[in-house]
Each structure stands twice: as structure tokens, then as C-alpha cells.
Write a protein that binds this ligand. Sequence first.
Ligand code: KG4
Ligand code: ZN
Length: 338
Amino acid sequence: MSDKPIILAIESSCDDTSIAILRGDRVLSNVVSSQQIHNQYGGVVPELASRAHLKNIITVFDSAIHEAQIKKSDIDAIAYTNGPGLMGSLLVGISFAKSLSLALKIPLIAINHIEAHVLAHLIDAPGKVKPSFPFLCLTVSGGHTQLVKVSSPYKMDVIGSTIDDAAGEAFDKVSKIIGLPYPGGPILDKLAQQGDASKYNFSDPTQGKYDFSFSGLKTSILYFLQKEMRKDSDFIKNNINDICASVQSTIVTSLEKQLSNAVEDLNINQVAIAGGVSANSGLRKMISDKVDLGWEVFIPDFQFCTDNAAMIGITGYYKYLEKDFTNISLVPMPRLKI
Ligand code: KG4
Ligand code: ZN
């Protein structure tokens, strides 16, 4: 038997109910139940999200225990997302975590969801090469866009960020404008792969050296499409692949520009991407190509890009090592930052 702790981790910050079990830094199970109910509304409806978490969490818990082949009494600590996220969604995971901690008489560990996206890179697996410190991480999700210098599992500094919409939000909002179902990012990505990225030019989302503004991009695309649709009402339908490819290229090129500035200025050549948008094919290709410039790049497995509890578990493991436990009276923090 290993003497590494067994951590049960819970993620419920938005619309994915997920529970993972880790032994030390290895994942034994990582069960994710993605809520489909929001698709018909074109975005996450907070009230429906919390109800769905409540409905799903027991089944997800049972599956995670079953897949990990452990007993409840084997668990050494409970890690859970304390923020940022939707208040009602967070409350479901937190209440479940607190109940388990009390029932099993084991410590509770509160986790910052954005730090967890970054630390997903420390999950171990046979043959996996992990970044060493310091490394740079570009975290791009539906709620966040940040350039982070990671000096240790316990020290992260934000170098740059978006001043308005997140990169994933930009993908989703543009998708909505062109009539794609929610969440549009993955569908836009698929269509982009058959399109010409140089066909249309949109406004550059970069701000200064390390920051971004994606809300201006969405507006410029909206005006461009309205103008073209006045001339040809089938413009979107006839050019959808090229529109998607051009939008994706604009977003990825802006991420590339700011990331390259940070690599150069901070003189760090270990570079990781994290968060839901790190599943994007254009972003994965852009960063992979940087190997030619001497960058050492780290791209997460697809299962650790979008929201998952394994990333909460690995962050919990590092906090467990420091005995950084949480008082049961801690409340959720929907606007928690790094
Ligand atoms: O990390 P995540 O699951 O949730 C948040 O913490 O926000 O990220 C979800 C975001 C959504 O905006 C979704 O459209 C985007 O990630 N996303 C993608 C792709 N897969 C997911 N965006 C572009 N291309 C993709 N392949
Ligand atoms: Zn996330």
C-alpha cells in the first residue's frame, strides 16, 4: 500500500458536476457530468445549474468511488472549489464537501478554481513530463484569461489578463452571433479547420504588452456581419468556415503575441496552456510550433482542459502536504482571484 494521501475532490463552480479521487498526484478516477440543459438557452442559467448539480452529485460521487476502487473510509481529505464561480453552483459542492468531511472526520481543503486549472499540469501519469518552476501559464477559459508566472504550487503572479470578456466568452459570443449552439467554442473550432483564416480581418484584441480586450472583437465582428448581410442575406451561411477560421486566428494570434512578450521579458521558456480554450486546435498548434523557438511547451490532456475535479484534487494534494486545511465555517467566494 502507498502512504500517499487519498484526496476526494469536488468541482461544481459552473455547469459541470465533477468528482475525482487522487492517490498523491495520480488520478484514480475523474468523473464529469456536463449539464446539457443550458444548450437550449444559449448560455448557462445559474438557477438551473445549481438544481442540476444537486440532482447529479450523488451519482457522480458513487461512480468516482466505484471507478477508483476505494472505500469511503480510505479517503484522507476532501478538496472542493470555493470560487470563483456561480454562487448557487458553488454552494452545492461546498455543502456536499462539508457533510463528507464531518461524516468521515477528515480535513477539508478549499481550492481556487483558476489556480487549479494551472496546477492540472502537475498531475502525474506514466511517461508524462511535467513543467518545473518557474513556468508561464496562459489560462484561457469561459470565465478567465490570464498570463500567470508560476513560481511554485503555492506562488502564482498574474502578469496579464483580459480587461473585459474572457477568450472562451469571445468564442461563445461570436458563435451565438453566427447561429451556432452553446457552447460554441468547440463547434467554431471544428468549422475553422475547414476555413481560410486570412479571408477576413478583425480588430486586434491585444492591449498593451500582456493584456487583452475581447469585447471589442465581438462588436467589430457583429458590425462586419451586419454590413455584409445587408448586401447578401446568406453571407454567414455561405462563408461560415472562413468566418470561423478568421475569428479563431484573430484570438489565437493575440494570445500568441502577449505570451511571446512575456516569454521574452521574463526570460522563461517553459510555457503551459490551461482552461477550456486550451482544447482549441489552433491554440494547441500555435504553442506546439514554438518548440522550434526553443520553448518547452506543456499542453494538457483534453480531459484536464475543461472543468474537471482532478485539477481540484492535485491542488488539494499540494495543500494537504502543507496541512493547509480549511475551517468548516468558510463561505463560498464567487469572485475569488489568484
Ligand atoms: O474551463 P472551462 O470548462 O470553464 C470555465 O472555467 O470557464 O471553459 C469553457 C470554455 C467555453 O467558453 C468553451 O466554449 C471553451 O472553453 N472551449 C473552447 C473549445 N473547447 C472549449 N473554445 C475554443 N475551442 C475549443 N475547442
Ligand atoms: Zn474552469
